[in-house]
Design a binder for this molecule. Structure first.
Ligand code: AMP
Ligand code: GLY
Length: 435
């Protein structure tokens, strides 16, 4: 079988890497891919990002299954397009992807279906937004309504910071064009900037990701991301600086509650509104001291870097899982997981997340072993040399038991890698290791 993976990040490298382990796979194309997928003899990069061209390619090459990594093509309707053309693709439709592409839609949906989440209000009017935070006080959370690659959220600890965030998202100088994603990507019907202001939730976060075939739901192993740039969860929010799986905060009790109070009502609520959900569904959870999970956000895809650690632990053939998921027969397959933990540390470019520098030479990336892999993200091959071309450059990932052993191994992988100005956190896994 020929497979097409859409995307170019660490998540897509991990997807392609895992799919390549399937005996039924003949060739895996990655569009557009990165320096890591380009260097792997089992994978082939194709320089296409435009949706119609991707569908043309899939038709011409007789691709048996297309797997979509990132949110932008999903929000732009790549699944709808492929299905119209009779092509098999795994991911949610444009309508289903609104759970991620519009925070206002997601919040209103959760309210309608009584899915636990932070109390909130939606604003288009600057003055009303300012008055609201003045009445509510800090801490408070301000979110850009549209897709912002994990960077459209300000957790304001002071009223000043809240007012500033409102001005920068709703004020005159806040064009959608500066959001860092294609303008049509998550575009809602109306183009006026909108924000969501919500209650600050305290607790510990975890990533709860499931595979859904439109009806059956299969949870993946749990994981935890590290969103802040700096050690000790300081500094700005990023797309994710490292992850590990499993996440011990997700006890069997929390797991059951996440399924019954969040995931199942979400899939059922969408179905009741005429939307059949097929694809990965990611609930970002905030778990309070009493073990109550609340939804911080939905993503309509795998997390990055969560995918790297989750897929490293998956023992079942991913192609089989995804074929069942597109056939509506997910109920007939059970996923097996490596009992060891996996931990991944992201190496980011100088200047990330504000203005990542590109074009730095990368050397010393170790070859994969049965228990380790350095997944590529923002890398490219230039004259056979590996250079950086994005914010998050690599994710050094390792299996080990206990988690501390996976952590030690992952950091060992990074030791030999050199990139000018590279940044990484030294404390990935700290919460679980402390437990
Ligand atoms: P989001 O893009 O909605 O996931 O937000 C990014 C990050 O901001 C989350 O992973 C949390 O760390 C933080 N965050 C978002 N919403 C809240 C909230 N209501 N309370 C506390 N932290 C939040
Ligand atoms: N790592 C968080 C995300 O993929 O949204």
């Amino acid at each position: 079988m020929k497979i097409l993976v859409i995307g170019s990040g660490g998540r897509e490298h991990a997807l392609a890497w895992k799919l390549a382990q399937s005996e039924r796979v003949q060739m895996i194309y990655v569009a557009p891919g990165n320096g890591g997928t380009g260097a792997d003899f089992r994978l082939r990069n194709v320089p296409i990002t435009e949706l119609e061209e991707l569908a043309d390619f899939a038709q011409r090459e007789k691709i048996a299954l297309t797997v979509v990594g990132p949110e932008a093509p999903l929000a732009a309707g790549v699944v709808d397009l492929f299905r119209e053309r009779g092509l098999r693709i795994f991911g949610p439709t444009r309508a289903a992807a609104r759970l991620e592409s519009s925070k206002a839609f997601a919040k209103a949906f959760m309210q309608r279906h009584k899915i636990p989440t932070a109390a909130f209000e939606t604003f288009v009017d600057v003055a009303k937004a300012h008055a609201y935070v003045e009445a509510k006080g800090a801490p408070i959370v301000i979110k850009d309504d549209a897709l912002a690659a994990g960077k459209g959220v300000v957790v304001a600890t002071t009223l000043d910071a809240a007012h500033q965030a409102i001005d920068s998202m709703l004020g005159r100088g806040a064009p959608g064009a500066t959001r860092g994603v294609p303008q049509n990507a998550g575009a809602d019907e109306s183009s006026a900037p909108r924000i969501v202001i919500e209650e600050f939730l305290s607790g510990e976060e975890a990533s709860f990701i499931v595979v859904c075939d439109g009806h059956n739901i299969a949870p993946l192993a749990t994981s935890q991301d590290h969103k802040r740039l700096l050690d000790g969860d300081a500094g700005p929010n990023t797309g994710g600086m490292g992850a590990y799986s499993p996440a011990p905060i997700v006890t069997p009790n929390v797991h059951a509650r996440a399924m019954h109070e969040i995931i199942i009502p979400t899939i059922a609520g969408l179905a009741a509104e005429g939307i059949v959900y097929t694809g990965f569904l990611y609930a970002g959870l905030m778990i309070d001291a009493r073990g109550q999970p609340r939804t911080v956000e939905f993503n309509c895809r795998l997390g990055d870097p969560e995918a790297q650690v989750i897929l490293m632990r998956l023992k079942t053939d991913l192609l089989e899982v995804l074929l069942h998921a597109t056939d509506g027969t997910l109920g007939s397959i059970e996923m097996q997981w490596d009992r060891r933990s996996a931990l991944g540390v992201v190496l980011a470019a100088a200047g990330y997340p504000v203005e990542p520098r590109k074009g730095d030479t990368i050397t010393g990336v170790p070859a994969e072993t049965p228990d380790t892999c350095v997944f590529h993200a923002g890398t490219a091959l230039q004259d056979k040399k590996l250079v950086s071309c994005g914010g998050r450059v690599l994710c050094a990932t390792a299996l080990g038991e206990p988690l501390k052993a996976a952590q030690t191994r992952a950091y060992q992988l990074l030791q030999g890698i050199s990139i000018d100005g590279g940044q990484f956190r030294r404390d990935i896994g700290h919460r679980a290791i402390k437990r």
